[in-house]
Ligand binder design. Structure first.
Ligand SMILES: Nc1ncnc2c1ncn2[C@@H]1O[C@H](COP(=O)(O)OP(=O)(O)OP(=O)(O)O)[C@@H](O)[C@H]1O
Length: 248
């Protein structure tokens, strides 16, 4: 087990987002989080690395409860987990290389040779070798996502959290992101947790799927089980149907 959350509750003001959610992420798997917009998928992922702390409940990473950890202890946990944020979140004033090196420098890495080597290797993994000097504004949306991914993996984390890596990408670029995700799992034994709305990708890459609704895990299973589910809620979600009829 890599991460386990138990009975998580989280509210923002009067809005209850997580309402007693329990879930597990197993080592080496690709887990996809599904559910309607605003259902708390990003909020849940942020609990995995202590960017948010629960009002109630526990978060275990590699068996250790992180909810009571101080910032110094949390930074160790965060070194095990890379996060690729929504909209890539690159610094526009920095080159690609500087963006990717950023988490290393923040983590106190001083060895410039090591930084250069890790940045180069990360760019190789995302198939953008030699692009260190480019500025983010010179890149396409798909390339920006790959740079964000290179930054998330630069410190060789055991787990990468992806928040909507397919958003705004054409189907072919989305497919290349999916290949990268599976390469990371196969070649680097990385555990992947992915929030996405791209159903095609879910069926390609997920080992397991959690469907969130009303602040808890409403359903969990394999992509095959999801495809075969007769639950109207899940069927509508997969088919992209609001449940309203188009016949009149
Ligand atoms: N820091 C915050 N302060 C206040 N409200 C927040 C905060 N973070 C999230 N929320 C609210 O919590 C709810 C769940 O947000 P979250 O981003 O987790 O949804 P999501 O399931 O990831 O949806 P989407 O698919 O649209 O990204 C939203 O209504 C959001 O406005």
């Amino acid at each position: 087990m890599f991460v386990e959350v138990r009975n998580l509750h989280k509210s923002f003001g009067t809005q209850k987002v997580l309402q007693g959610l329990s879930a597990k992420v197993y080592k080496g798997e690709t887990l996809v989080l599904l559910g309607g917009s605003g259902g708390g998928k990003s909020v849940l992922m942020k609990h995995f690395i202590g960017l948010l702390s629960p009002d109630e409940g526990e978060v275990f990473v590699e068996g250790e409860d992180i909810t009571e950890m101080n910032e110094r202890e949390l930074s160790k946990v965060r070194r095990m987990m890379g996060m690729m944020f929504q909209n890539s979140a690159l610094f526009d004033s920095m080159t690609v290389g500087q963006n990717i090196a950023f988490p290393l420098r923040m983590g106190g890495e001083k060895d410039e040779n090591r930084i250069t080597k890790l940045v180069r290797e990360s760019l190789e993994i995302v198939r953008l070798s030699g692009q260190e000097e480019k500025m983010p504004s010179d890149l396409s949306g798909g390339m920006r996502k790959r740079v964000a991914l290179a930054r998330a993996i630069v410190d060789r984390p055991a787990c990468v959290l992806f928040d909507e890596p397919h958003a705004g990408l054409d189907p072919i670029t989305a497919d290349s992101i999916d290949h990268l995700v599976k390469d990371l799992q196969r070649d680097h034994q990385m555990t992947n947790v992915i929030v996405t709305h791209e159903m095609r990708s879910v069926f390609r890459i997920a080992d397991r799927v959690l469907f969130l609704k009303e602040g808890i895990v409403y359903w969990e299973g394999t992509p095959l089980e999801l495809q075969e589910s007769t639950d109207p809620e899940l069927k509508n979600f997969i088919e992209g149907s609001s449940g309203e009829s188009w016949e009149n």
